[in-house]
Write a protein that binds this ligand. Sequence first.
Ligand SMILES: *Cc1c(COP(=O)(O)O)cnc(C)c1O
Length: 477
Amino acid sequence: MIYDQASYTREGEDRHEPLLSEKGQKTVDVEEASPLPDALTRDELTLPNPSEPEVARHYTRLSQMNWAIDSGPYPLGSCTMKYNPKFIEDVAADPNGAVHPDRSDRSVQGTLELLAGLQEYLAAIGGMDAVTLQPPAGAAGEFTGILIAKAYHEKQGNDRSEVVIPASAHGTNFATAAMAGYDVVELPSGEDGRVDVEALDAAVGEDTAALMLTNPNTVGLFERDIAEIADIVHDAGGLLYYDGANLNALLGRGRPGDMGFDVMHYNVHKTFATPHGGGGPGAGPVGVVEELAEFLPTPHIREVNDGKIGYETYEPEHSIGKVHGFAGNWLVLIKTYAYIARLGDAGLSDAAAKAVLNANYLAEQIDLEIPHGPFHHEFGATAGDRDAADVAKGMLEYGVHPPTTKWPEMVPEAMLTEPTEAESQASLDHLASAFNRAYADDDEALAAAPTRTTARRIDQADAARNPRLSWQALGER
Ligand SMILES: *Cc1c(COP(=O)(O)O)cnc(C)c1O
């Protein structure tokens, strides 16, 4: 039997149909692809032919030129760059997990069981009724969630044109609402850094499709008025969208569903392990309350109890369609499952407690002012009359990665810092000392920094517009 690693059948059932005949000939009736057009082919290609040690050295050198969570703390606020336990890599590398995504439901029961289990885990954690695993990132989850909200309003015969978003929200929220065809109503932050309930009340009305909210918000402040906020939005007939990027602060302690949110995404690469940075891969599952479940993307996975097979994929009645291939980024989703299963209830709520404790401990150790509090898992320190980007470059000199700078705008010269639960006290002390030394360095030293990294200060606009995408030996630059 070929490709049967993850196949699963109940007693008395046939195994799945083999994809290859006994002799190994293809039985799949797919036409052979046509050759590439001439313009895309070439006759000669000089490829390097390095030895194994040369290949190993090449990649080791590249890894050393880069900063990574395995090199030191990475307190990038809003990104949750936490340590990702290595056992999840073993789980994802298990060849038994690698099944072709287009196989019949019947032949991948183990895979579907795991995905259905993850849907349940995430629903329980978020206080939601149903979860899709399909979106490949937080931003894609937002887009999916807002399309679901739109489909809901349209089915109600309700033509709503606006999405309300606090000014402190992540840029993807604004992009999501615009891409889904909504006008964005930006809500200025109140003086305490939270949603100004009166301003919200004035902004919300019969045109409001949804309010998108991050809680705790992007400087770690919990929206204490969330019950009132939810009432205002619901009374106007709008839906409440939860941006789950900061779920690390609430795990096992508070659930968006209980706060009144109707639809949310989970950034599983931030909250439940999976190394990220450099654009992926990630996953942004979306949870919804009962009333929205019929709009979830297709295919959705559910358990069937007809006594024959355990799990199946199906198209929800008013599905918004597909937002990604098959069931989503499977290898990321396995890691999410493994992380949640290994930590369990107690481990998850302990992670949240330590994330909050670590942020508050670090904040106590640094000399910079922190305008808003009390905060949870991250805080917005201000570099005051110094340039936050310069202080950040200065921190590189002391062997740590700096925090997110100059965002959100409600904190002037912001240094948005999130140490995560994964750092020890010694590591937090090291971070604090780098903060304080860079903050105290003179202007000349900061302007010259960094001097000890592989790349010195780069022209960021040029690096983004004209990226060098292949490795070049020093002499060839
Ligand atoms: C990271 C982040 C997002 C976007 O998530 P991606 O997974 O990077 O697409 C949205 N909102 C907030 C607050 C975030 O920090």
